[in-house]
Design a binder for this molecule. Structure first.
Ligand code: GSH
Length: 221
C-alpha cells in the first residue's frame, strides 16, 4: 500500500467526509493542513497538484485526487475488502451515487458554499432568508430519502452517510433540525453521532464551522 496524504482543514465538510471514510476503512494517513483563509490552496505547489485549488485532496503514492466524492469512492474501491460502504451491485451503487451528487450540488454548493463564500471571501455579514429556506427544503428531500430506513441508502451505512453528515452537521447552527418536521433525519443525525470517533472525524470540525458562521453573521434578512 502506498502512502496516503489528506490535504485539508477541519471546518471543511468535504474534508471531514474523507476523514470519516478513512477512519471507517482503518487506513493510516498523513494529514496536511491547508489554511484556506491564508490562501495556501493557491500556492504554486498546491496548484501544481490541484489546479481547482480545493480541499480535500488525497495523494496516494503520488497520484492526486480531489473532490471528496471521488476520493471516498476511490478509497472504498481500492482499499475495502467488502463492498457495503459503496456497493458494487449496479442499482445499489446508483442510489449511493445519487445521494453523493445530492450532497455535492444541493447540500454543499447550494446550501453551505452559497452562504460561506460571501461571508468568508467577500466579507458580507447578512444572509438572505431564502438561503436558510433552501436548507430546510434540502432537509425535506433527505427526510424522504430516508423513509423508515436507518441510513440514507437502506439498512446499511454507506459513504453517502459520511458525505451527507458532513454537511447536515455543519448546518445545525444556521438551520437546526426540527424534530416535528424532520423526525427521520433528526434520528439519523443522532445515529451518526454515535459512530466511533465521530467527534474527532466530524463533530469537532462541524462545530468549528458553526462557530465561524455565527461569528460572521449579523443578520438574516
Ligand atoms: N465538491 C467539492 C467541494 C470542495 C470545496 O469547495 N472545498 C472548499 C472548502 S470546504 C475549498 O477548497 N475552498 C477553497 C477554494 O475553492 O479556493 C468536494 O466535495 O470536495
Amino acid at each position: 500500500m502506498g502512502k496516503l496524504v489528506l490535504y485539508g482543514l477541519e471546518p471543511s465538510p468535504p474534508v471531514r467526509a474523507c476523514k470519516l471514510t478513512l477512519h471507517a476503512l482503518g487506513l493510516q494517513y498523513e494529514y496536511k493542513l491547508i489554511n484556506l483563509l491564508a490562501g495556501e490552496q493557491r500556492s504554486k505547489e498546491y496548484l501544481a497538484k490541484n489546479p481547482q485549488h480545493t480541499v480535500p485532496m488525497l495523494e496516494d503514492d503520488g497520484n492526486c485526487i480531489w473532490d471528496s466524492h471521488a476520493i471516498i469512492a476511490y478509497l472504498v474501491r481500492k482499499y475495502c475488502k467488502h463492498d457495503e460502504l459503496y456497493p458494487r451491485e449496479y442499482y445499489k451503487r446508483a442510489v449511493v451515487d445519487q445521494r453523493l451528487h445530492f450532497e455535492s450540488g444541493v447540500l454543499f454548493q447550494g446550501c453551505i458554499r452559497n452562504i460561506a463564500e460571501p461571508l468568508f471571501y467577500r466579507n458580507e455579514t447578512e444572509v438572505p432568508r431564502s438561503r436558510i429556506d433552501a436548507i430546510y427544503a434540502a432537509y425535506d428531500f433527505l427526510e424522504a430519502f430516508l423513509g423508515t430506513q436507518n441510513y440514507l441508502c437502506g439498512p446499511k451505512l454507506t459513504v453517502a452517510d459520511f458525505s451527507v453528515v458532513s454537511s447536515v452537521s455543519s448546518l445545525q447552527g444556521l438551520a437546526p433540525l426540527e424534530q416535528a418536521r424532520h423526525p427521520q433525519l433528526s434520528a439519523w443525525l443522532e445515529r451518526m453521532e454515535q459512530l466511533p470517533d465521530y467527534a474527532a472525524n466530524n463533530g469537532n470540525g462541524a462545530q468549528m464551522l458553526i462557530d465561524m458562521f455565527s461569528a460572521k453573521i449579523t443578520k438574516i434578512v
